[in-house]
Design a protein around this ligand. Sequence first.
Ligand SMILES: Nc1ncnc2c1ncn2[C@@H]1O[C@H](COP(=O)(O)OP(=O)(O)OP(=O)(O)O)[C@@H](O)[C@H]1O
Length: 493
Amino acid sequence: MSGAADATATEPGRPTAVTARGIAKAFGPVKALTGADLEVGAGEVIGLVGHNGAGKSTLMNLIAGGLVRDAGELVIAGHPIGPDHSPRAAQAIGVRCVFQELSLCPNLDVAENTRVFHPALSGWSWRRRATRIIGESLAAIFPGHGIDLRAKVGTLPIAMRQMIEVARGFSVADDPLRLVILDEPTSALDERRAAELLRHVRRVAALGVSVILVTHRLNEIFEVADRIVVMRDGAVVAEQPASSLTRADLVALMGGAEDGPAARTGGDGAASGDILVSLPAAGPGAVAIEARAGEIVGFAGLDGHGQREALRALNRPGAGREATAFVAGDRQADGVFPLWSIAQNLSLCALAGLRRGHLISARAEAELAQDWRRRIDIRAADLDRPILTLSGGNQQKVLFARALAAQAPVVLLDDPMRGVDVGTKQEVYRLIRAEAGRGRSFVWYSTELDELSHCDRVYVFREGRAVACLPAAAVSAAAIIEASFGGGRHGHA
Ligand SMILES: Nc1ncnc2c1ncn2[C@@H]1O[C@H](COP(=O)(O)OP(=O)(O)OP(=O)(O)O)[C@@H](O)[C@H]1O
């Protein structure tokens, strides 16, 4: 796939970026890693895949110094790694990590977040240097990013925060840059920004920097990886050159199977239920939004063009006729109650149905949680443990279950598949179709074009408003891109 990377990866005498042998790690009763092996050459791009809870983030955390292994050998860039490994030590030998759960400090601005990351940025001119370093990195990866570097990070939308996190990971002050670990780096980015990042990965690989890309977006793996490594239940179960695998091979290696093209529930004017959702046109050139009982409608377009605001305008939590349930894509900010257990997080919106007299029945709550654990395969040792003990994708499944377990007739989905593995996605698509078949309406914002094929109708957003309504048969990448850019009149490229 990339001659430059292949050449550097095998260069004699040059240490591998990572050699890991027999790595084991347990969290109490949960064996997250049971003897994982991994080798990453210099300048090599590895695509790391596996089901939710397979152990990918744990292995990456061990390399990045966030965790200490229980057993096994680890060598990074020629340095044997002992029990005193730490994030700072990892950074000093050239390891950077961009995690799925964003790590920026929300009450600091972009330059201050850069300084926290690079201790070398000290002294009277640190702010100027930090602004330059992060500004250059952002511009190199995401041209025309539009991010105000003086903004407090917490005030920025999730896509911009993800872009800053990525740019910070690739930025260089004094420490070397040898290995960048990207854990679901595009999950909040639209297709254009995701493609820019993948191009950057190939550019740095050609310069000898190694990259491990962890993602459930398999097309990205095929686009960028030299070699694909598959994890299952805490171990590496396969590794092959990307060019020797098909998508179906990969899904099978991960232990799953994908459906063919989505069987649509409607899209032929079939839905004749009541209108459950409506939003008037937001000005000239805009279209009104509506969804009937039984319909799945999609929101599309470049990220940050008003889709989330429209979802918020439709959100009416409560128990009334028009009540809505909401699945947040930004689970840290909007979704997960970190101090609560998995079962409590899941049952939150279904409490009315769990009441026995004046009290919530703990048994009914536990049964509800067990039922959903089975239905969407939430991988947890014990549902009474804190939600943060789950892997990222499994936390997202809990948010899904929370919304579907609620009785609300309208379910709003804000790019909800972040970090969910391919097998579970199929299960969730089936559940959405089944629930729509029972008369619920879904309004689904997605940054993944493939997902929009599950919708009866797709509204494309541009500059804060829905500007086009595509019936199911007209939904295609080309039609969405055309509407997103106003027929090519807007030069966003
Ligand atoms: N801090 C923790 N405490 C307890 N269990 C944990 C902790 N971190 C991870 N685990 C468990 O370790 C296992 C592996 O999790 P890990 O996050 O490595 O999976 P993953 O492959 O990255 O999954 P995903 O694709 O969902 O991100 C899971 O069963 C998870 O619940």
